[in-house]
Every structure is written in C-alpha cells, then in structure tokens.
Design a binder for this molecule. Structure first.
Ligand code: 2RA
Length: 351
C-alpha cells in the first residue's frame, strides 16, 4: 500500500503550492487528503489530476494518515502536530513551532537528510524560507572551506507573509500607480497608501521596510534570529557567528539574501563557483558583464537557489560575498516540505 498523505493548511499561499507540486512530482502517495480550517472546508482543489474536496481539520480526519505536511500558523501547528502524531502520522511542519526543539530535526534534504531518522517526537521541522534560500548555497561552501561567520542582509518578498502580504502589495501598487510625484519630496507615499498596510508595519509600494517578524531581545527581529539559530542547527555549528538584517521589499515572490561568508581557509571566486555548480539544489547565474545575476523575477516558480555576484572580499582572502535568490513558496516552504515527505514515504514503502 502506498502511504497516505495529508496536506494541512491546503488552501493557504504555501498549501496551494504544495498541491501544485504534488501534481508535478513523482507520485509516491496513495490517498492525498486536503485539510484546512472550517472557513475553507468544502472548497474543490485540483491536485495530482484529481478534484479533491478540502475537509475540516479534525482528529478523525487524521486517522490513517502516514505523513502530514503542515503549513499553518505556529499556534495551530503546536496544537495539531502532536495530535496528528498520536493518530499515527509523521508530521513535516513548516511553522516555527518546533524548529529549535532539540527533539525535532530541522532537515534540508540536500544538506542533512540523515537527521530525518532521529525524530523522537514524530515531527520533522522545515526551516524558515529565508534560511532555506541561503543555506542551500552556504552548506556546500562550508563543507569545502569551513564556515566561521555569516553576515547577511535579506530582501524578502511579500508572499513570505502569506496571501495577505501579496494582496497588500498589489492593492498598494494600484493606489500609487501613475502618480509621478510619489516618493519625491512633494509626494507622500504614506498618504497615498493610507492605512491598508496588510501584515506590514509600513507601506511596501515604492518602499523597503527593514523589518520582518516580531521584536526579539536586543532590538533584533524574530526573522533575524531565525536566520542565526536555524543556520547553526542545520549546519551543526553551535558557535557560528551570524549577524542578519532582514528587509521586506516590494517583490511578490522570491526571497533574496546578500551573503558575506568568512571561512577557515582562503577562498577564491572561481573555486567557489565550481563548488556551487556541483551543489544539489543550486544554480549559478553569474555573468554581470552580460547582465546575468540571480533575481526573484527569474527564480520564481523554479526549484533551485540561484546564486551569483560571487566575489572574494577585497579586504579578506578568507571571505566570499555573493547574492542568492530562491522561490520562498517552493524551496523556501512547499518544496522542501514535499522533499522531506517523499523521503519519509520512501522509508515507509521500502522499510
Ligand atoms: C517571511 N520568512 O518572509 C517569513 C515567513 N515565512 O515573512
């Protein structure tokens, strides 16, 4: 019997991409069950060529599920993931509820798939979308050169904040379109946008906002702390120095990160390029003379992390600077979750 899969949160921004991915990837599943809140129940969704009806998430709806992919808010995951486990499922959770739990592995299949087998709570965590875009490129460089420090600046798309984020940007762009004074001394973007900011603390149209997540200790944002803590856990580097500044930009989909990585040994750009060309899940797009750099408008809808602008730091032969972009809804969320779920399915089908 092929394993039964549940998609919990099937109608959200990430859940929708999960269903699309299940249609395109190798079919390793028997039944696929789509679960969501009361509000979305009854909706018909096409998945793997079938028309499926979204069911309400209840304890009974989880019965018989072998693997459950969760994409729901932290508090919903914290409540429902243990219930799914108690009903016999292994949960792959894309929320922040379990990522730093020492009894929950934080898995990126290209980097640490072996950790999947050690899951005392029956839960496997999926990393934050910003971490995922960057870590797929950083890990192979770490293996080759020994990572010592990361200094990061993110350029995060609005869909990282869900469908409400994408809707807010489109609504704001409609309001500011055509007014050529906006953004200059005489045109006030705040006034044009009004108070419909969606999930953001300031307008995103014609602006960038150096804030993502909630307030953490010392003035850091929760998103910046996730980049630090998750990088350390995935790479198994407990003392890795990480400083991040997370910035929201007016991009619909595609998180980017400017990376300054310091290594134990000297590094040169061509060597790094060759490591990255051979790394799974990475595509090198690095020819500035020809106008080729990694950008969200090209990376959206694709699986890999796109890496470019690769250059050795002028003042430190052990440091490399580069820019990486990835689809935050695919590798940053749905794809990594699906890849983990497929590894679990394989273990179930070929024990
Ligand atoms: C964001 N990384 O972009 C967060 C949540 N997925 O808002």
């Amino acid at each position: 019997r092929l394993p039964t899969l549940a998609v919990v949160g099937a109608t959200g921004a990430v859940g929708t991409v999960m269903c699309e991915l299940l249609t395109g990837r190798r079919n390793v599943w028997g039944e696929i069950r789509l679960l969501a809140s009361e509000r979305s129940a009854g909706r018909r969704v096409r998945c793997r060529g079938e028309e499926l009806t979204v069911q309400v998430l209840t304890e009974e709806a989880l019965d018989g599920v072998d693997v459950a992919m969760f994409d729901v808010p932290d508090e919903v995951a914290a409540h429902w993931a243990p219930i799914a486990v108690s009903r016999g499922a292994v949960v792959v959770d894309n929320s922040g509820a379990f990522r730093m739990d020492p009894d929950v592995p934080l898995v990126v299949p290209e980097i640490n798939p072996e950790q999947l087998r050690n899951r005392p709570r029956g839960i496997v965590a999926n990393a934050n979308c910003t971490t995922l875009a960057m870590i797929v490129a950083v890990a192979p460089l770490h293996r080759e050169y020994g990572l010592r420090e990361l200094v990061l600046a993110s350029y995060q798309a609005v869909s990282g904040a869900g469908q409400a984020g994408a809707d807010a940007l489109h609504d704001q762009l409609a309001k500011v379109a055509g007014d050529r004074l906006l953004g200059s001394r005489t045109g006030d973007v705040r006034q044009a946008v009004g108070d419909e900011l969606g999930p953001f603390p300031a307008p995103l149209a014609l602006n960038v906002v150096p804030w993502a997540g909630s307030l953490a200790d010392g003035g850091w944002s929760s998103e910046e702390m996730k980049l630090r803590n998750e990088s350390r856990k995935i790479l198994g580097l407990r003392d890795l120095k990480v400083s991040a500044t997370c910035v929201r930009v007016p991009v619909v989909t595609g998180h980017s990160v400017a990376v300054h990585a310091v290594f134990a040994t000297e590094i040169d750009a061509e060597g790094a390029r060759s490591v990255l060309r051979n790394a799974p899940g990475v595509i090198v797009v690095d020819d500035p003379a020809a106008g080729e750099f990694p950008m969200p408008i090209d990376a959206v809808g694709t699986d890999p992390s796109w890496v470019g602008r690769i250059r050795r730091a002028v003042d430190d032969p052990r440091a490399l600077d580069f820019f990486v972009t990835g689809d935050n809804l695919r590798k940053g969320a749905a794809l990594n979750t699906a890849q983990i779920a497929e590894l679990l399915a394989n273990d179930l089908t070929h024990p």
